[in-house]
Design a protein around this ligand. Structure first.
Ligand SMILES: Nc1ncnc2c1ncn2[C@@H]1O[C@H](COP(=O)(O)OP(=O)(O)OP(=O)(O)O)[C@@H](O)[C@H]1O
Length: 237
């Protein structure tokens, strides 16, 4: 199986503080990797480096074989990234914003319509982003990440702020896309891992503490919640 995401020794230091400390893993097509960890564990920082939004202090990351630092444009062509928070340009209407992103991506109106349909945004397409609820804003970000139908998706808390129905829809969408793509999602919702992910990576203090299938993590009869607490609290002690 060829890995579409390859991370080796990825490290980020902010002054004397090491936020991400030698993280290594690969993700193949068909995998949905849940990236878990307590607040401040280094999930967003890892994802931002992988997406080429932040330079690593050490280590490498490749998307479809393209190094994100040495060949950023080529790497980004294969990547859809949903950052934390709401999309930029809050005063733009949903469809205008997506058309603007589509032009940058070199794709057309058909792709905008497809992304809006996938994320069920047609009903709010003329509404300024700043007037949308948190869940809808999240879906605009998700639509933006899907415009060019990339083989790699890096989604930072894709279901954050969504109501239970919307969470269900977004999980179904991720599941549907999964066979064709390599996907990483960060989440604080541990049930999401069992429901959606083929693998879970647990990190704390910037280090990988576990990398296994959800079934392997709970093989001894403990719940995902117990496994998470045991690993991350032992690390904090
Ligand atoms: N630009 C920055 N400058 C200094 N410190 C930073 C910067 N960005 C992140 N950090 C620190 O790095 C650590 C990891 O942050 P990060 O946002 O990656 O964690 P996270 O696992 O995504 O947390 P959360 O679950 O709260 O989103 C935190 O201690 C954070 O304060």
């Amino acid at each position: 199986m060829t890995a579409l995401i390859e991370i080796e020794g990825l490290t980020k230091r902010f002054g004397g503080f090491t936020a991400v400390d030698g993280v290594s893993f690969t993700v193949a097509r068909g995998e949905v990797v849940g990236f878990l960890g307590p607040n401040g564990a280094g999930k967003s920082t890892t994802m931002r480096m992988l997406a080429g939004f932040m330079l690593p202090s050490a280590g490498t990351a490749r998307i479809c074989g393209e190094d994100v630092v040495e060949r950023p444009v080529a790497a980004k062509r294969h990547l859809g990234f949903l950052p934390e928070g709401a999309p930029t340009y809050p005063e733009m209407a949903v469809e205008d914003f997506l058309r603007f992103c589509a032009r940058i991506r070199g794709v057309g109106r058909a792709e905008v319509a497809r992304a809006m349909a996938l994320t069920q945004l047609e009903g709010v397409r003329l509404q300024p982003i700043e007037t949308l609820s948190k869940g809808f804003k999240r879906r605009v970000g998700l639509a933006q990440s899907l415009l060019h139908d990339p083989p790699v998706l890096v989604l930072d808390e894709p279901t954050d702020g969504l109501d239970p129905n919307q969470k269900h829809e977004v999980r179904a969408l991720i599941r549907e896309m999964a066979p064709q793509k390599a996907i990483i999602i960060s989440t604080h919702i541990l049930e999401e891992v069992g429901a959606l992910c083929t693998r879970a990576i647990i990190i704390a203090r910037g280090r990988v503490l576990a990398d296994a299938t959800p079934a392997e993590l709970v093989a001894d009869g403990r719940s995902m919640d117990e496994v998470f607490r045991e690993l991350t609290m032992r690390d904090a002690a």
